[in-house]
Design a binder for this molecule. Structure first.
Ligand code: AHR
Length: 668
């Protein structure tokens, strides 16, 4: 259906004797004349201001808010390696009178150096004894689905099983089960598949391992996997991957964030301990205060990139941990520099190289593409002042071995000129809008490009509401308009498990929410989808949108995830940018109306003879700024695309209150 609220403005244009730019007006728009308040967005389609970076939109992730374990990583068992707590068996409960303990003397191997001792001496056919796990706030089960179980077990003399492996309702009724036998006094790996019958999808289930025969046994690496995205073994949750695929991301910044650094040097993301057999990975504590098995390790990140056709932006540990430990630049730092070079070789080297061969052994002979390496994370927190020299040491070594790699610094440095600097912004809606011209005047001749590696408008929790999406969209207009300078950007954090926010959430505003069973995108998520999937490769010249820029200062202490935004500022209500796809000629005009009423705007496109009479308008809008999506109402706010009439190269359109619009117009 063609909408008819486009109105030709050619008459209005000829009446307005010379368009006047009224400086200091709302968003600095040109206006038809002093009495006519209709703002005009003027787009000069014959003036290409810049090229849009092909990697402009991407993803940033880390283990926070149960992002991987209890989130993207499909493992359903919580604390599968019994290392989540050093003294107790947590997240497991005894069944039928069993006694369970953490046994540090019975290790599976050096990495998984303890096990669960299950004393099932009381077991009988009437009251089987064993253990149960209720996953990350539930074990999700779906109808007619195959679940893969694996575990290591060994038994005390006199016990050989059988063990019953079952998926059961929370009330304890078995849904599907199978038996394994022949346990011995040596560790043995057991694997089996369980297929659910027809049942309503639910997360109110448990995993159980029981025996009806009295005995003592030990268990380690008890794992339960549902089907994964593209059936990758040890892979990811399909619903969340699909949400990401719909964002058309071009890169993945990995592995953090604070998760790269760790609270202490020995809690960093130590990539060499995250590859190979998952039963040989020791795991480590995340700075967000829970255990990571590192089941989602370096190669899994790269597989994730491959599945979504993204390239990795690899952040290497740079010798600084969050509680202020740092490694002195010079000889002390050399092993860490070498680790980074090895890591780059693991990602990119062919199989004739040491680490390329290791990657092949781990299951992936083909190298991965890599253009950007980031040295550290938010090193402005390092008050020792060591980053400048640490960065230079990494920079020189990386450039010597890989001259074409672009090296990203995480704060300003003087010793060498970084290729790119990573800037982070967590702001209120008004702050985000007020700095939506930040890069319009940033110098282009410094030799350093910008990566906005973390940013978010922090309004709404656990996921942002429409006010957040409006702030984000104003900001993305700025990023897109300045994409000759801003080569990449990614929202953060990406994920939150919303099951029990007091426990499952460490950071209050996150793009995508889920529980064990379902997931949803916030309004900010849909704003991302609109921007990342609808833009051209050329930035077109538009009117200036000048107004005072909010001036951002780096925080002085580590962020906690629940800071209050600073007070509101006076900001304009309309934001826009325009790009064109040079291959198809489609012109994308993005307009954000943050006001509480519809705004009529005139759009003038010069430099084209004519436009096709029909175009597309994709609109995300809300009744109220705090309208939002949730598990219960996951699609309350979603973008809607409609065909529209385009009467002329100068036309009016009404942009609804609280709305983000992308127009797609075709030149003739
Ligand atoms: O995105 C959450 C955290 O914010 C990141 O881990 C850190 O880099 C930043 O301070």
């Amino acid at each position: 259906m063609l909408l008819d609220h486009f109105q030709s403005m050619r008459g209005a244009k000829s009446l307005a004797v010379g368009l006047t730019v009224l400086a200091g007006t709302t968003a600095g728009f040109a206006q038809t004349n002093a009495n006519d308040a209709t703002p005009v967005i003027r787009i000069q389609a014959d003036q290409v201001k810049a090229t849009v970076s092909p990697l402009l939109y991407g993803l940033m992730t880390e283990e926070i808010n149960y992002s991987y374990e209890g989130g993207l990583y499909a493992e359903l068992i919580r604390n599968r390696s019994f290392k989540a707590n050093p003294t107790n068996v947590v997240y497991w409960s005894p069944v039928g009178g069993a006694a369970i303990n953490l046994d540090h003397d019975t290790a599976l191997n050096d990495a998984l150096d303890s096990s669960l001792k299950l004393d099932a001496s009381t077991a009988s056919a009437i009251v089987p004894a064993g253990i149960a796990n209720s996953g990350y706030w539930g074990i999700p089960l779906r109808a007619k689905t195959t679940y893969h179980v694996s575990f290591y077990a060994k038994a005390a003399p006199g016990f050989s099983g059988p063990l019953k492996v079952s998926l059961a309702s929370k009330a304890g009724e078995s849904i599907v089960s199978a038996e394994v036998a022949d346990l011995t006094s040596d560790w043995k790996k057991f694997e089996l598949d369980l297929q659910t019958p027809d049942l309503p999808a639910s997360k109110d289930n448990v995993f159980k391992l029981t025996t009806a025969t009295p005995g003592i046994l030990w268990l380690q690496q008890v794992s339960l996997f549902p089907p994964t995205y593209k059936n990758r073994p040890n892979g990811n949750r399909p619903d969340i991957m699909q949400l990401l695929a719909d964002m058309h991301p071009k890169f993945l910044r990995l592995p953090g964030g604070n998760y790269l650094e760790g609270d202490y040097i020995n809690e960093r993301f130590n990539w060499k301990k995250t590859i190979g057999d998952v039963a040989q990975r020791p795991g480590h504590r995340s700075p967000w205060n829970y255990w990571s098995t590192d089941g989602l390790g370096l190669l899994e990140y790269l597989g994730w990139c491959e599945d979504l056709k993204m390239e990795p932006v690899l952040a290497v540990f740079a010798g600084y941990a969050l509680k202020h430990d740092y490694i002195k630049p010079g000889p002390d730092l050399e092993p860490f520099v070498q680790d980074a070079l090895d890591e780059i070789q693991y990602v990119t080297g062919d199989t004739s190289t040491k680490w390329g061969a290791q990657r092949a052994k781990d299951g992936h002979p083909e190298p991965f593409p890599l253009h950007y390496v980031e040295v550290g994370n938010e090193d402005w927190f390092d008050k020792s002042g060591s980053y400048d020299e640490r960065f230079a040491q990494f920079f020189k070594a990386i450039k010597a071995a890989y001259p074409t790699l672009q090296v990203i610094a995480t704060t300003r440095v003087k010793n060498v000129t970084p290729d790119v600097i990573d800037e982070h912004y967590y702001l209120s809606q008004e702050q985000m809008e007020a700095q939506s011209h930040l890069y319009d005047k940033r110098a282009r001749d410094t030799g350093t490009k910008v990566f906005v590696g973390e940013w978010a408008t922090r309004v709404g929790s656990p996921t942002p509401n429409m006010a957040g999406a409006l702030g984000d969209a104003a900001w993305m207009c700025c990023l897109e308009r300045n994409s000759d300078l801003v080569v990449m950007n990614c929202y953060a954090p990406l994920f939150v498990n919303v099951s029990d926010p007091g426990k499952s959430m460490q950071w209050k505003t996150d793009l995508i929410g889920y529980d064990a069973l379902t997931s949803y995108g916030s309004p900010s998520y849909y704003a991302q989808v609109m921007f990342s999937s609808r833009h051209g490769d050329q930035v077109l010249a538009t009117d200036s949108q000048d107004f005072p820029t909010y001036s951002w200062q780096p925080p002085t202490r580590r962020r906690t995830g629940d800071e209050q935004p600073r007070p509101a500022q006076q900001v304009p209500s309309l934001f826009f940018d325009a790009t064109r796809d040079s291959a198809t000629g489609t012109i994308y005009v993005k307009v954000v109306n943050r006001a509480d009423s519809a705004q009529s705007v005139a759009i003038e496109i010069s430099g084209v003879n004519a436009l096709q009479p029909s175009g597309l308008a994709t609109v995300l809008k809300a009744q109220q700024p705090d309208d939002t999506n949730s598990l219960k109402d996951p699609r309350k706010l979603v973008p809607v695309t409609q065909r529209i009439k385009v009467p002329d190269t100068f036309f009016a359109r009404s942009f609804p209150a609280y709305s983000i619009t992308v127009l797609e117009l075709q030149a003739r």
